[in-house]
Design a protein around this ligand. Sequence first.
Ligand SMILES: NC(=O)C1=CN([C@@H]2O[C@H](COP(=O)(O)OP(=O)(O)OC[C@H]3O[C@@H](n4cnc5c(N)ncnc54)[C@H](OP(=O)(O)O)[C@@H]3O)[C@@H](O)[C@H]2O)C=CC1
Ligand SMILES: CC(=O)[C@@H](O)[C@H](O)COP(=O)(O)O
Ligand SMILES: [Mn+2]
Length: 383
Amino acid sequence: MKQIAVLGSTGSIGTSTLDVIAAHAEEMQLTAITAHSSWQQLAEQAQQFRPRWAVVSNSDLKSAVDLSAFPQETEVLFGDEQIERVAAADEIDTVICGIVGAAGLKGAWAAIESGKTIGIANKETLVVAGPLIMDLAERSGATLLPVDSEHSAIYQALQAGSASEVKRVILTASGGPFRGASPADLEDVTPEKALAHPTWDMGPKITIDSATMMNKALELIEAKWLFQLTVDQISVVVHPQSIVHSMVEFVDGSVIAQLSPPDMRLPIQYALTYPVRMEGLNPPMDWSRAFELSFEPPDLEAFPALRLGIEVAEQGGTCGAVLNAANEAAVERFLTGDLRFSDIATSCEQVLKSHQYEPHPSLDKLFELDHWAREEIKRWKSC
Ligand SMILES: NC(=O)C1=CN([C@@H]2O[C@H](COP(=O)(O)OP(=O)(O)OC[C@H]3O[C@@H](n4cnc5c(N)ncnc54)[C@H](OP(=O)(O)O)[C@@H]3O)[C@@H](O)[C@H]2O)C=CC1
Ligand SMILES: CC(=O)[C@@H](O)[C@H](O)COP(=O)(O)O
Ligand SMILES: [Mn+2]
């Protein structure tokens, strides 16, 4: 029986993961769940799954949480550091990292350091600290399995050849709700429009990232570290149907793709059952009807965040942490109506340019720059 911790169990990835676990109750047991503030939802999950631990990471809520809402066998823990504790607990062998943003890094780090199997949805961890994370996984013997749909697709397609036979990977992007828009169209779009993703139902931060195409920028950096690629081995192609989740091109010209309807329960389940495949909840492809798959190049002028991602992936060092933190803070401001849509990429670029670059930063340095970049964005004003 697999003992699983789901970090960020109340989010979009978290609830999909719990669906997968419920559908495989004979093989999988939910042992720990975590939320930041949604403690009532966490308590409902605890009532259904009876985990050993439930963590509310926002310790300010300690006095507000009604402990009687949780089952008696579940120990309720408070504070950020308890995420790390459950992620590293001996009782747990598999950790799904579904927290959003750099806030997910410490839990992922603890799980990797203790040599577990990790399903990593939290791409920000790799964007901020890719080389340190990959080095840690190598030293601890942890198994790092991608959950992000594109990276799961690449992981699956890579099995068609050896590492030395890979020419490049092709990341697909839906293009988001503003595909085809001009830079002028994008200046003043509303949060409501930006939150209307055409193919995926996800949390608000990643949905805005998809609209700016910062998501693809982060995914390009994620792919570079996860698969140890050079930047010119990674291409991005816009594929509005989100059926082809990504592709690998081998040296002989063969391109291997992974296809399925857009549903995160498939890559989550693949990470939970790897190397085995099992029947699951995700709908199958319907080959009985006519449909089209289309591909087009991305528009780097309308979506400058993607260009920024390519530059950051090339520079490495401190750039990933600064871009990520600036973007998180800018998205937060955009969602409260305090920053224009087009200013998300502009402000990130300016903060990146003004930071003190280091090629081989420590984790402490990355946390320091994360804090600095967020403060810079809070102060940032459009010229
Ligand atoms: N959603 C998707 O389909 C996909 C998501 N991803 C990645 O997965 C990650 C999660 O995304 P998604 O599920 O959409 O996000 P959501 O916003 O839906 O969920 C975020 C989860 O993280 C918790 N959380 C938020 N802030 C903190 C914090 N400061 N400390 C600890 N926990 C926190 C939330 O708790 P609470 O509910 O209490 O706020 C919630 O459980 C992101 O990195 C995203 O890029 C990747 C591919 C697809
Ligand atoms: C489901 C998933 O993996 C998301 O990262 C998704 O890919 C976002 O869609 P975009 O391609 O629009 O960024
Ligand atoms: Mn993705």
